[in-house]
Design a protein around this ligand. Sequence first.
Ligand SMILES: [Zn+2]
Length: 311
Amino acid sequence: MQEEIKTRGWEMQRVCYTEFVYVEYNDCKGFTYEDPEYGLGFGTECRKVGKWEPVERCHDELVYVQEPWYPGPGEGGGNGGGNGGNGGYVPIPPEGGTQPMTAPNARKIFSGDLTEEQWKKLENMLKKIINDCMGEGLYKELSKIFNSNNKISFNFSDKEKGAKYSPINNVITFNPNMESGTLLHEMMHAYQYKQKNDVDIWRNQTINSEIESHYTQYLYYCRDTVSYNESDWIKGKIRGDKRMLSTEKLEYYIDKKGNFYGDSINFEIYWDYTLLNCFKTYPGYENYKYTPYEDRMVNFNNLRKITENCI
Ligand SMILES: [Zn+2]
């Protein structure tokens, strides 16, 4: 019964959307925000500078058609006529008219020219994230911002050594070998950017955003030892990545909901002389700017927001 109705309600349709293609040019004053991650080769990484140009892409997708379908000849009809009364499976009409069958969580906030396998991979990472209270909070917040008309473009790219979020074009580019904690990190950047939605503000507090995103990522791993031991984070630590090593000490001062506890003098010393130094001198981050808020806890506003409903 279910299969029968599925084939009626679902059909292949041509789905088109706009994707941005990166075109390099020689002017080195571009806005692209790079986020080299976790020791996959750093030091002399060349920062791509260029501009993104919109290109329309289309592919076939299995979608649910909201329009009422009518039974074919001899298949009965009317209210339960040949359909076993109320015992039939009635699909709930999805919002907006269409709903893809696979990767519903991923497709809700992301768009992209991904294969079915890639959608599944993305969905599996998102499932892990949503399974965590903080991750679920972030996903819900992103769902409010990114909807059917305004999604985050998502690209898997082997050429990319790490992962990055480009706020101007709202694109996450992700190395397929990376895992859910790194995806959470990039999703956090998308959320951070949208709080002000202003490129200049974003550029002036890139280091601030990195600290919050790294700490959020660390907290995510902390709840699951297995994830932690297999994470991109550990790979970075083993290679002596200063960002991981310095971020972990934040837990002596900031709890998992982004609230301060501990000794404020020691916190300020650690912040100014260890943490900031590690981030500002990280290869690839040298040109990132830091905004020195008098209250350092401003830097964890987003973390507090996404953990509001967590214990
Ligand atoms: Zn980052």
